[in-house]
Design a protein. Structure first.
Length: 710
């Protein structure tokens, strides 16, 4: 005769086991015996809410027994407990492996001998002295790159047999999604299986009688300032951004405990923006002689031995992407949390396992990516939190949490502190890859405001004209006194900055997916769906711009004579991209006085003598600005009169169908109103007032669906 492990009494409907009864009555010796016979101390009864034997012990205030039962058989919780009790040698032993691929050492708990006598009221609670064994059972780590965790069946369940090893993918609603050897998936209650492997970022689950603090092993190590343990946890995949029940990350916990150096290490771990910031602050770009070509190839990491950021150049793969990702840009993401759906028949279907690589180009409004596997065309949604980008991405708007500065600002400060021009390459490199001060209100930093400011001074006109012709950025001398109102410009920045450029995104390809029938000419630009395009504006007020000059590459916009030349982009196939490049001169950009560059240059031109050198410079700059999308009163009125005369000549010729003639008459009336409005304003009207008339009586661009040119 044998006893059935985890037998539940169901006659009265409570579903209790022997472990429930022993825990309720504080029989520590019996609980220890049941544990050694592999009874499940986490098996819930059939009541509402369900309670485990551990909950029964807590409910009766048997805290010593309850705490021992929590740790029994739970090596993930034991790891956290070992860190809290400063058993560093045991923690390091867990991650010590003799050979690669042989797994980790198992941290086990030896159940203590507990008395069944209930302590008297008021007796101070004793802390249980625990002992640990590091046995060579070799569990693995279940982390973001692991496809599954190994589970062991505690007892027979459906077609599973006791002690059978199966694959577990995700635990949700107290159930594990499991399969046999990656075959069909099914759900199993958590009480029927136990984890064999360590779980990265493990957090103790909640029950009806207690709620966990939500802290991971890294929270515990950060609270104690244990640098050795923090290092080994970070190297094995623990996240420094995981939040506990109070909403605190390991970084916050380290700050609360006054371990600010450790908090700084946690901040930059796996954060390419923070690592780049720290590398520039420490002068790595000078010591290691980074060049413009090196930055995309540098893999940055924090070195615990040297106590600083180091960069390794890997010329085989790009280390990071640049810029803020927007819908339509294909990227590869890695699944860090398995995702499945339950079909109509109640059976789960796996969509993506941990470690899978997916391709996506769309982030939906419900914070889910629309993805597909590389070998499949089937699209499915997966929550944003379940994936991470394969290549880290540098964000131009990233700001240091402590100094409140971005990477470019730090690079300029470091370069200025050198008091030499020995190595200005890092600042130019950051501008080259898209960092800028385009959102700054300071005219010394924002190149659009600096352009307006520089055009108000006669002595800087040759300098400005040179930059506009070469499509390079005008930069203020960084050593200039901030309180000075005078302008001091750098002679040559060498930073590209196209004049009057827009970034578009293809709604569908041209010509293959184009919705209109057309003959493709040699000067038409061919592009694919969702491809990013760059176009140069031109100044044709009141006329729908159906095409613009442009190309796929930004750099090809700057050199008209270089092959391939600028081509015609059909705007009805495109929409305005969500993210515009910061290193560009924006047409009709205005300062705090609502003045644009063409307003300022026009005022300066009026004060100059006709035929003088200043007048010639003003005319050349005005021509460039007008060609690239800037609009003033004169060009708007000339365009309105020309369009009005063209329509009148067509009407005078006659022979037009009634509907078309009526449409032309309506347009003629619009242009007559536009001319009248412009005459009423006078030639001193600013570009802001002129644009209001153009928007009212004409359309500046003829973009496709979902577009906005505000």
């Amino acid at each position: 005769m044998t006893y059935e492990v985890d037998w539940q009494r169901k006659e009265d409907g409570d579903g209790r086991t022997c472990a429930h009864v022993a825990a309720q009555n504080n029989h520590g010796a019996i609980v220890k015996l049941l544990f050694e016979e592999e009874w499940n101390l986490n098996l819930p009864d059939l009541r509402t809410p369900p309670m485990t034997p551990i909950d029964y012990a807590y409910a009766q205030h048997h805290y010593e027994l309850a705490n021992a039962m929590r740790l029994a058989g739970n090596h993930n919780l034991l790891l956290i407990e070992a860190i809290k009790r400063k058993h560093d040698e045991l923690v390091l032993e867990v991650f010590k492996t003799e050979e690669p691929g042989h797994g980790l050492n198992l941290l086990e708990f030896r159940f203590p001998d507990l008395t069944s006598v209930k302590p008297k009221k008021g007796t101070p609670r004793k802390e249980i002295k625990l002992s640990y064994d590091a046995k060579i059972i070799r569990p693995n780590l279940f982390g973001p790159a692991s496809p599954y965790i190994r589970l062991k069946c505690r007892k027979d369940y459906m077609h599973l047999q006791k002690n059978e090893m199966i694959h577990g993918y995700k635990k949700t609603n107290r159930q594990w999604l499991v399969s046999r050897d990656d075959s069909d998936c099914f759900l199993v209650p958590e009480g029927y299986v136990k984890e064999v492997d360590y779980i990265v970022d493990y957090v103790e689950g909640d029950t009806s009688m207690r709620k966990g603090d939500g802290c991971t092993a890294l929270h515990a190590a950060a609270k104690l300032g244990n640098k050795k343990v923090v290092q080994i946890l970070l190297e094995n995949g623990w996240s420094p951004t995981k939040r506990n029940r109070k909403g605190l990350t390991p970084i916050d916990v380290a700050v609360e405990s006054n371990f600010h150096t450790l908090a700084g290490i946690l901040r930059v771990h796996n954060d390419c923006n923070g690592l780049l910031y720290a590398a520039i602050e420490n002068g790595n770009h000078i010591k290691e002689r980074w060049t413009r070509q090196d930055l995309p190839l540098i893999r940055l990491r924090y070195d615990f031995n040297s106590g600083g950021v180091v960069g390794t150049i890997n010329k085989d793969t790009r280390a990071a992407n640049f810029g803020v990702w927007s819908n339509g840009t294909p990227i590869t993401v890695k699944v860090v949390e398995a995702h499945f759906v339950v079909e109509a028949d109640g059976q789960p279907r796996m969509l993506a396992k941990r470690g899978d690589l997916l391709t996506t180009s769309t982030l939906c409004k419900d914070s889910q990516y629309l993805c597909r596997h590389s070998d499949s065309l089937e699209l499915f949604k997966i929550p944003k939190d379940c994936v991470q980008e394969v290549l880290p991405r540098y964000h131009f708007d990233w700001v240091s949490a402590i100094e409140k500065k971005n990477v470019l600002q730090k690079a300029e400060i470091v370069h200025l502190s050198l008091h030499t021009v020995a190595d200005p390459s890092i600042v130019k490199t950051l501008f080259h890859y898209g960092w800028s001060h385009c959102n700054s209100k300071d005219w010394r930093k924002n190149h659009n405001l600096l352009l307006i400011k520089a055009l108000s001074k006669k002595k800087w006109l040759p300098h400005v004209l040179s930059h506009l012709e070469k499509n390079t950025m005008i930069r203020c001398n960084p050593s200039q006194d901030e309180n000075s109102a005078e302008i001091s410009l750098l002679p040559d920045s060498g930073i590209w900055c196209p004049v009057g450029m827009l970034t578009l995104q293809a709604i569908y390809g041209f010509p293959h997916e184009c919705q209109r029938k057309t003959v493709v000419r040699d000067h038409d630009l061919e592009f694919k769906k969702r491809q990013t395009l760059h176009v140069l504006l031109n100044n044709k007020p009141f006329v729908k711009k159906r095409v613009l000059r442009g190309n796929v590459s930004v750099f090809e916009l700057l050199y008209k004579s270089s092959p391939p030349p600028l081509k015609i982009v059909h705007l009805e196939c495109c929409k305005l991209a969500e993210n515009q490049i910061g290193t560009r001169y924006v047409a009709n950009y205005r300062n705090h006085k609502n003045e644009s560059a063409i307003d300022v240059i026009r005022k300066l031109s009026k004060t100059a003598d006709k035929g003088s050198h200043t007048s010639e410079l003003c005319d050349k700059i005005t021509t460039i600005l007008r060609d690239r999308g800037w609009c003033d009163w004169h060009t708007a009125k000339l365009a309105a009169i020309k369009n009005l005369n063209d329509i009148k000549s067509k009407i005078d010729k006659g022979g037009l169908p009634g509907a078309k003639a009526q449409k032309l008459i309506s347009r003629m009336e619009n242009y007559e109103l536009a001319v009248a409005r412009l005459d009423e304003m006078g030639e001193n009207a600013g570009t802001m007032a002129v644009e209001t008339v153009i928007l009212e009586y004409g359309e500046p661009l003829m973009l496709g669906e979902d577009s906005n040119i505000a």
